[in-house]
Every structure is written in C-alpha cells, then in structure tokens.
Design a protein around this ligand. Sequence first.
Ligand SMILES: [Zn+2]
Length: 426
Amino acid sequence: MTPHLTDDELIELFESRASGRAHLGTCPSCHDRWAEFSLLIEGFRDAANRRERDTFDLGAVQRVLEDEKERAQGVFEQHDTVAGDDVATWLRAQDKLRTLGGARVVLERAHADLEVDPQRALLLADFALESAETWTGHPRTMVLLTRGGAHLERANALRALGQFDDALDALASAECAFNAILTGAFDLARVWQVRAMILCARAQYDDAGRLAHKARETFAEFGDDERAQNCGLIEAAVLLERGRTTEARALYEELLAGAESESVFAARVLNNLGTTARKMGDTLAAVHYHARALPLFASHGLLTEVARNRFAQGSAWLRAGNLPEAVPLLDAARTELLGLGMRFEAGIATLDLAEACLAQDQPRVARELCTGLITYFQQEALPHKAQLALAYLTEAMTQEPLQRETLMSVRGRLEAAFSESMAAPA
Ligand SMILES: [Zn+2]
C-alpha cells in the first residue's frame, strides 16, 4: 500500500482529483480523516482561513475512536461463540459496544457474517443503529459515516435474506447519511452497488446497469479494485440478460485480464464467460472456460460452485450432442447437487441426464430418473410454477415413448420457476 496521506495532501484532494485519491478507497483510516477535513473545510472555504483547522484536534478524535474500538474488540474476543437467537440478548447486555467505535467493530463483524449467516449480520447491524443515541464525543461527520455504514450493512443483510423492499429502504437511509457528508462519493458508490444487485435480481436491468457502471467508475477512481471488479460483474450480467452477448463477453474478458489468476473472482468470471459462450452457441469455448474455473472453485473449497460448474459443463456437452463427455459430468453433478440440497438445480440436472439417456437409447434408465425426480419433489414444498412443471412431467410419463422434447419443455418450466424463486421478494 502507498504511504498514508498527509493533512495537506488530503486537503489538496478537495480541490483536484489528484492521484492520491486512489489511496482513500483502500485505507479506512485516511478515508476517515478525509471525511473529517470535509467538515472543517466546509466552514473554512477561504484558502486564507484554512489554518483554522488546527483549532480542531483531529488526533484526539482519532484516539477516542481507537480506544472505543479496542474495548469493543476485547468484548468479542471473550465471547466469540455466541450464536443463534442468543445474539440479540447478548448484544443488549454489552455496554462496551454502545459507542461509535464499538458500532464500527460490530459492523465489521456483520460484514464478515454476511455470506455465512445473514440473519446474524442483520441483528448486528440493527444493534449498531440502535446504539447511535449513546454515541457521544464524536464529530458530526464521523457519526454520519457510521450511521450510513450501519444502514448499508443492514441493507446488505436484508438483500442476502431476499427481503428486497426493506433492503431498498435501508439503502435510502444510508444514502441520506452519506449525502450529508462532503466526501461521501466513495460511500455512495457502495450504496449504488447493493442497489444495482437488487435491481438486477428484480429484472430492472436498465437502472441496474447504469448504477453498476457509475459505482464501478467511482471505485476505480478511489483505487478500490476489488469493488470495481465486482460492479463489473453486475454490469456484464445485465448485458447478458439483455442479450448483448458480444459486449458482455468483452467486459468479462476485460475483468479476467485484471483478475488475480488463482482467485475466486477469476473463477466466477471464467464461469460467466462459459455461460456467455454457450449463449453464443460456442460450445467448445464454453466448456473450455468452465473447465478452467472448476479447479479454482475446488481449491477454494466452494463445493456449491464446483457442483454447478460440473453441471454447466455436462449440460453444454449435451447441447452439443457429445454424450460420452456429457453423461459422466451430469451424473456426478446431479449427485453433488442432491447432496448439497440444491434441489432445483439437482432437478434440472436430472432432466438433462434423462435426456442424455434417451439420446443414448436407454429409455428405461431415463424413465427411472424421471420417476425418482417426481418422488423427490413430492416431499418438498414447491412454488406453484414448479408444481405445474412436475404435473406436466407426470402426465408425459404415461405416454410411450418418452420424448426428448417433453423433457426439454419440463426443464424450461423448472428453470423459469427456479429463476423466479431466486428473484422473488420474500
Ligand atoms: Zn492511509
């Protein structure tokens, strides 16, 4: 990392888009100081009066914050295994977390929990917000930054839980707090990123693409390459949904060129390149991309992605008519998906495998697979559309011979039910 910015350099950044700005996206400490200066500079716009900032003891403010954070870290170190419903009760008893520094530590925990336990992340973010009334002795900018951060973390957790309406409300609150800070641009981009993800899931592609692009440019300007890359993924997904496959492919290629070769991010981009190539009818390229992603997912222990990847490869081979390649991949993927409880994808993989069996002139095996699928899904509470797909399959099974077209039609219905269940607000 480049060295921390001096006070004068931070002030310079208000006047120009100096290159030092790239440091702010990767250094929370300088970002805070920068935000603090904005408060001071707001009052002392006149260059001659700039030295007035010396009357404000920024060092003391930082020391109070560090002290509060340290005490909060200590609380978590002693109780790191609190889980489930107990979290809310436990949090309420922790006075050392009811400070602004404490809230920042709580929010870091919430962010780390996001993927594994969004419910817990939500409880933590809610606690940070509730504690805001007891934050004392901090300048207004710091309070706004932390409050905005708490709303943002709440939105992240709600999005992960599929509660999109509440997540959008939380984003509006975060935006309001960040807008009140002169240096809020970077934090506003974080709001746009989450909003873009939600809009994309809700098929509002124009707005999603526009926001993701704006956020990507802002993150790039602030040197936050990781966030910029993730926004690029949203942008490319929007292009793909819009059928602009050539542009999507070009953007994925660009993201791949900038990614670390062994990273999970590179694996995701490769996987998306595979999907794009498939939509363009280029099966060989699709399988090639997917095959490059598989060992990366495996080395990072991402079992769900490994199963999905094998499924994508098998499915691409099936569409290209290469059954010897398709069957073992689909068979393995189906077992993995079932084991991981990914029921929709397991169902679709089963239909693909049955279709391959029909093509290989094994109608009995195909029927067995379909019967198994119906039995498996009978024990599940399914969305209406999926129930219809299954009823259609049950009906088709009474006819002889079982047709490939029938299986493909059921697959299409099940896939539509699956995307709907992913996008629907809870
Ligand atoms: Zn720094």
